[in-house]
Write a protein that binds this ligand. Sequence first.
Ligand code: NAP
Length: 313
Amino acid sequence: MTVRNVIILGSGPAGLTAAVYTARADLLPLVIEGLGAGGQLMLTTEVENYPGFPEGIIGPELMERFRAQAERFGAEYLTIDADRVDFSSRPFRIWAGGQEYQAEAVIVSTGASALMLGLESEQRLLGHGVSTCATCDGFFFRDQEIAVIGGGDSAMEEAIFLTKFATKVTVIHRRDELRASKIMQDRAFANPKIEFRWNTVVDDVIGNGKVEALALRDIETGSTCDLEVGGMFVAIGHTPNTALFHGQLDLDPNGYVVTYDGTMRTSVDGVFACGDVQDHVYRQAITAAGTGCMAAIEAERWLEAQAHGKHHG
Ligand code: NAP
């Protein structure tokens, strides 16, 4: 069996940047890009904060450009999900689509997924008024009324951030008490542009081509009403895509891959991680790309050290 130099798992900004760098280092990376190829940016429309695109760019087009750039230098792609890995010995082993693949080094960039409410209308209007990222999309809601769903720190952070643009932000929470830390609660309560709807759930997102209103239900009284908003930000948490790595890599209590000492190194020598799979703080395309570059450079140096019979610390 051919042992590849590098296999990259995942194809968002982190994985594809790692692919560009490892491809340009002549390592002929294989990117197992997954069925959700392109990652979370495939679920967005306009991206206005990625440097180098002053007019903005559509999320899927940006990812297509990342992909083409790595391909130009020799990256290969496999558009299936990896379904099992074995990092217990080298070469590392990865199974995907019934085939086994082997590599000297692995870069894990499987990302995270925003949790969603699970409504059909929410999926249909994703990128058209439904968003999971205030930093990315808040700007598009200038002078509009918007809703934030959730009662944790993310929801408070997003609601506070969105008051910069929106005329009013309504936080919709399914209980009558927030999960967020006291300091974030206090900030949100003190903000005159934020209103709360307690014990309330969203039954439907109403709108044709764009969000126009939310169908709300009070779970205590059963009463329903429509709330007119131009946008709905879902902030009910993220889940890292790390099911494959349980028992293989050190994960933190929330399931994110742990990277050590300010590097992209994981608990397994020769396995590196980058992007949202190891970052629950910044979660930006540009930070994911930055860590993808770091992981590639570290993998390249690590492979070189192996070739010279040295052992990495
Ligand atoms: P989280 O703490 O898990 O909160 C998720 C919120 O969404 C909860 O209020 C939960 O309601 C609600 N929720 C979950 N599923 C729902 C559903 N299906 N429908 C309606 N509501 C639903 O997640 P997070 O806010 O993303 O925070 C994740 C971690 O990052 C936390 O440890 C947090 O402290 C940290 N964080 C910190 C900061 C900061 O300090 N600045 C900022 C962001 C995140 P219930 O309360 O009823 O469960």
